[in-house]
Design a protein around this ligand. Structure first.
Ligand SMILES: [Zn+2]
Length: 415
C-alpha cells in the first residue's frame, strides 16, 4: 500500500513540474513576438472586402471615391485591439470609372515603419437601377373603368436611361386587387423590382352579373372567350380536367382577365364524394392544372352539383358538412349560384338558355347579385352568351369575374 501511495505522490509532483515547464515555454514563445508590429489593412464597410488568398479585394461602385480604407497597427499578438491609423495610401494606378480589377498596393506608416500589402481594387457596378413610378403606387379604379398606365422611368448609375428595358408583369384584373410588377436588370446583372397595387371597386348601385362556366375546358371554350372579348365582358371558369386538348384555354382565359376557379379534376362524384381525403386529392390535381396554366393558385371552388347536393349522400354520409367546414384550411372559399340556366338539363336550345338566365336574374331581389350557372361544354350555351350579355349591358349591368370578396352565394348543406 505504501509503495502505491508513494507512486501516486511522485506522479503528482511530476505532472505539476511538467505544467510549469509548458507554461514557461509558452511565455517565452509569446515574448519572442513582442515588438513584432504589423498592420492589418481593412475597408470599413465589410461587404466591400473579400479575403481571397489572403489578399484584400476592395469592391466599390464605379464613380465612387474610395473613402473607407483604414489600417490597424498592432504591436503584439497579445494586443489584438491595435491602433487605427488614418492615412492609408493607394500605390498604383486604377481607373475608378472603368469596370475591372486593378492590382495595387496599400501603404501605411507608423513609428517610422512602412507597411505595404498587395491588394486588388475591383471596380464593379453593385448598384441596382432605380425605377420611378408616375402616378399613384396604390391606385383605385372603378369597375368598368379602363386602366391607363400612368408611366414610369428607370435609370442606372452605369447604363443611364434603361426605361425601355423595364418589363411590366401582370395585367390589371377587372375586379378586385392586382399587383403590377415592374422589373429591370442593368448590364451588370443588378435587378430592381417595384410594384404598383391596383384595387378595382364596384361603386354603390352598380349592377353586376357574374357569369360562371363549369366543366370546361372544351372545344367551345375558345369561341366563348371570343364572344366575351367582343363585349368586354369578364366571367369565371370553374374548371375540370375536361378535354385535355383544350387545357391551354385555361391559361388563355386567365390572361384575358377571367377568374379561374376550380370545380373538380375527374368530376366523378362516386370518386370525389367517396371520402374527404378523396375530395382533397382530386382538388390538388385540379389546383395543379390551374397553376400550370395561370401561374396563380386559385381560391374559389365550386363543389360538383353544388354545396346543397344530396347525390353525395350515396357515397359518404355528411361529406358536404365536412368539406364546407374544412375547405378554408385549404385556402379556398366556395361559391354556388342563384340563377340556373339549366343548360345541362331541360334547356337544350340557345333560346331556352337565354330565357332561363334572363328570367332567373329578374326573379332575384334587387340587392342580390346574379351568379349564373352555365357550362362551356355545350354549343347551345356558348351560342346563348352574346344575347345574354347584350340584354345585360342594355339593362345597365357590368359582367365581372368573381373574386374572393364578391357576394358569393353558398347553398345550405343537405348532406
Ligand atoms: Zn359540374
Amino acid at each position: 500500500m505504501d509503495s502505491i501511495k508513494q507512486f501516486i505522490k511522485e506522479k503528482h509532483i511530476m505532472s505539476k513540474l511538467a505544467f510549469c515547464v509548458i507554461f514557461i515555454l509558452i511565455y517565452v514563445f509569446l515574448l519572442s513576438f513582442k515588438n513584432v508590429p504589423y498592420i492589418e489593412f481593412m475597408v470599413t464597410e465589410e461587404e466591400r472586402v473579400l479575403k481571397e488568398d489572403s489578399k484584400l479585394k476592395i469592391n466599390y461602385n464605379v464613380d465612387e471615391d474610395i473613402q473607407h480604407i483604414t489600417a490597424t497597427y498592432k504591436e503584439t499578438i497579445l494586443n489584438q485591439e491595435g491602433i487605427v491609423l488614418d492615412k492609408v495610401e493607394v500605390v498604383g494606378d486604377y481607373d475608378k470609372t472603368t469596370l475591372g480589377e486593378y492590382p495595387v498596393k496599400l501603404r501605411a506608416e507608423h513609428d517610422g515603419f512602412v507597411y505595404e500589402e498587395d491588394v486588388i481594387i475591383w471596380v464593379r457596378d453593385l448598384m441596382r437601377p432605380v425605377i420611378a413610378l408616375e402616378g399613384e403606387r396604390f391606385m383605385k379604379l372603378t369597375a368598368g373603368e379602363a386602366y391607363v398606365e400612368p408611366g414610369f422611368s428607370a435609370t442606372d448609375n452605369h447604363d443611364g436611361d434603361v426605361t425601355d428595358q423595364v418589363v411590366v408583369h401582370g395585367t390589371v384584373r377587372a375586379n378586385g386587387r392586382t399587383y403590377l410588377k415592374y422589373e429591370v436588370t442593368d448590364s451588370n446583372g443588378n435587378t430592381r423590382v417595384v410594384k404598383r397595387r391596383i384595387d378595382v371597386e364596384i361603386p354603390e348601385g352598380q349592377k353586376v352579373i357574374y357569369l360562371t362556366f363549369d366543366d370546361g375546358p372544351s372545344e367551345y371554350t375558345g369561341a366563348l372567350l371570343d364572344v366575351l372579348d367582343a363585349y368586354d365582358a369578364k366571367a369565371t371558369f370553374f374548371i375540370t380536367n375536361g378535354d385535355e386538348a383544350y387545357h391551354d384555354m385555361i391559361g388563355e382565359a386567365y390572361k384575358k382577365g377571367h377568374t379561374i376557379g376550380v370545380h373538380s379534376f375527374s368530376h366523378d362524384v362516386s370518386e370525389v364524394y367517396s371520402s374527404t381525403k378523396a375530395f382533397y386529392d382530386d382538388l390538388q390535381w385540379i389546383q395543379n392544372l390551374a397553376v400550370i396554366q395561370t401561374g396563380v393558385v386559385p381560391n374559389i371552388v365550386r363543389f360538383p352539383y353544388g354545396t346543397g347536393n344530396t347525390i353525395s349522400e350515396q357515397y359518404e354520409k355528411g361529406i358536404m358538412s365536412d368539406l364546407t367546414s374544412t375547405i378554408h384550411m385549404h385556402n379556398y372559399t366556395y361559391c354556388d349560384w342563384n340563377v340556373n340556366s339549366d343548360d345541362c338539363g331541360e334547356a337544350q336550345t340557345e333560346a331556352e338558355v337565354i330565357s332561363n338566365v334572363i328570367n332567373g336574374i329578374q326573379a332575384l331581389d334587387a340587392e342580390e347579385a346574379p351568379i349564373v350557372l352555365l357550362h362551356d361544354v355545350n354549343k347551345h350555351t356558348v351560342d346563348a352568351v352574346d344575347d345574354i350579355i347584350e340584354w345585360g349591358q342594355a339593362n345597365g349591368y357590368l359582367f365581372l369575374p368573381l373574386v374572393e370578396d364578391s357576394p358569393l352565394v353558398q347553398q345550405e348543406v343537405k348532406n
